[in-house]
Design a protein around this ligand. Structure first.
Ligand SMILES: [Zn+2]
Length: 322
């Protein structure tokens, strides 16, 4: 999903003003959104992550240079993002669908904002660490999960306030209780939380001491084969179970980019060398590529339909001002 993706280079400002004829329009909407968010989240406990997002919303409202329109951001749930550029500019960018569908009281828009405010907070806290994390497949996904957690905290707050939630927020709320947000990570970010947590935990257990690299690669290959087998058995009907088994494979392969150099203790080794030394891993790579080539469109379509249904409801939901 575009949300949370980092947008390098100065594209933001070069195209941004084409969004609205009157640049004041979108700024009014964004300032209204930020003020409404602060009201909605102001009941959060002192010292909580949500209180921090309120402070960041304050900061953004007082620093309009940190607010950008972006005509390329599509939809509502992926319709705004925290971004930074290589020349040191940073802030929140907003797409036209997101802005045009915002009305006071739209809990879905606030929920998306809560997530992006957390990225903004991470950036403000330590810009260099945050920027650096984007170059690491493990670090960036862990930052992402933190933001998802804050987003879910916000939805719980809305539920406590007895607000009417749309199906999207209900999904977030349900996932919090049922699977520790794995379903949200899956549907909104196309990542497998269990694979990420497993590999992250295993690396921590291994620590900095000596490692039997070949044995670790063999165990990794076995794990991958088990995921391929599980996917082969799962029903390919467009349901979350099949999508989850598919994303397990993709996350697994993305994350081995972190795991393999870690266990081999050789960040300079090329993938060509790794695959030559470990043909089982090369074979697994080819198998996952073949599955992706065959099924990517099927699952992209499934996900698109789910998100489209959520967004349709958000558009149709009457809010305080309508
Ligand atoms: Zn994010």
């Amino acid at each position: 999903m575009r949300r949370g993706m980092i947008w390098l280079l100065g594209m933001v400002l070069s195209t941004s003003w084409a969004l609205a004829e009157d640049p004041g329009d979108w700024q009014t909407t964004v300032q209204g959104l930020l003020a409404d968010y602060r009201d909605a989240a102001s009941g959060a406990a002192d010292g909580s992550a949500l209180r921090e997002t309120v402070s960041v919303a304050d900061y953004a409202a007082r620093n309009p240079r940190c607010l950008f329109p972006d005509p390329d951001l599509k939809g509502i749930l992926g319709g705004m993002a925290f971004r930074f550029t290589t020349d040191g500019r940073f802030g929140l960018s907003f797409g036209p669908d997101f802005l045009q569908t915002y009305r006071k009281g739209s809990t879905a828009h606030w929920t998306v904002l809560a997530h992006e405010l957390w990225h903004f907070r991470d950036y403000l806290r330590n810009p260099q660490t945050f920027v650096q994390s984007k170059k690491d497949v493990r670090e960036s996904v862990l930052y992402e999960m933190d933001a998802i957690h804050v987003e879910a905290d916000f939805v719980r707050l809305l539920a406590d306030q007895k607000r009417q939630l749309t199906s999207f927020e209900q999904f977030v709320f349900g996932s919090y209780d049922h699977d520790y947000l794995a379903s949200v990570v899956l549907m909104l970010h196309s990542e497998s939380q269990r694979v990420i947590f497993f590999l992250n935990r295993h690396e921590k257990e291994l620590g900095q001491g000596p490692i039997d690299g070949p044995a670790e690669i063999q165990a990794l290959t076995q794990m991958g084969k088990a995921l391929v087998d599980a996917y082969a058995k799962v029903d390919k009907a467009p349901e979350i179970e099949g999508f989850g088994a598919y994303v397990d494979l993709l996350t697994f392969r993305r994350q081995w980019a972190h795991f393999v150099p870690f266990v081999l203790r050789s960040p300079e080794t090329t993938w060509g060398q790794v695959f030559e030394t470990y043909p089982g891993l090369a074979e697994l790579n080819a198998t996952i590529t073949a599955i992706e080539t065959r099924d990517a469109a099927l699952w992209a379509d499934f996900r698109r339909h789910v998100v489209a249904a959520w967004e349709e409801e958000i558009r149709a939901t009457p809010t305080e001002a309508s």
